[in-house]
Design a protein around this ligand. Sequence first.
Ligand code: NAP
Ligand code: MN
Length: 267
Amino acid sequence: MNRKIITIFHNEVALSKETCLCMKEKLEARGYEVHDHYSEDTDLIVCIGGDGAFLRAIHRCDFPNCPIVGVNTGHLGFFQDVLPTDLDQFIDQYESGEYNLQELNTVRAVVTTVDGHKHTHLALNEITIKGQQSYSVHFSISIGDQYIERFSGDGLILATSAGSTAYNYSVGGSIADPRLNLLQVTPIAPMNTTAYRSFTSSILLPADLSLGVVPEQPGNQIFLNNDGFENAYQNVKNIEVRVSNTSVNLIRLKGYDFWSKVKDKFL
Ligand code: NAP
Ligand code: MN
């Protein structure tokens, strides 16, 4: 039988590098082949660091299908269930199948430019749409095929449930249990005057509805950010955002509870 392949990613924090060496040694002693770069035949991805490191690993592997586990060397770590001191225990649990796979949904944006080209971006936390520097943006917003509002403000956050505790929460969005497959649309500094009217709270959309964004001035630059990766566009005709079919399978160990993590991080 072929040896199982485990790919390890880590950030540049000293503890992450140490933990990586330690994990590699332990896994090789148990007969695994350990890689430091992703290939399709990987059986498990181990990501050592914080949430940011986790997001970067997911993007580097282009949203892999195989299970992924986070080892936390950062702060609290929403995506991580393993501590650097519990590596042996984790490997035992992995081998005996003592874990659940938490399916995390993603959000997809398709940007169509005036010349008809389409560009797709995927995110695990959120997609944000903003304007240039500190200029406000003016967007026509539709839901499904229905025109809803003219949005004016700093921009929009289109968050997954898993991403609801990140940027979305900082601007007053709701915390959504990751068992809910939905799209949370959160305005950033919406203007609400007699001149400009837009929703001031988040709105929640089911997975099969898309949100359409049409910039009023297509000539203005638009910045679309997916999980912290910035993309600049000029001449945007429209942007369609919806929950994507792509999901990520996160390893959750016994004792994982979303709401306990939320309590520990925020209260
Ligand atoms: P960063 O600016 O270093 O991270 C911002 C903070 O968000 C970090 O403490 C990070 O945790 C935490 N975080 C990331 N995903 C989270 C999640 N799903 N739930 C709770 N907290 C989470 O940037 P980064 O580390 O590359 O992460 C990118 C993310 O930063 C973006 O997806 C966006 O959500 C977030 N962000 C937040 C704000 C804001 O709150 N005002 C502004 C811009 C971006 P770690 O310390 O463990 O990495
Ligand atoms: Mn970070």
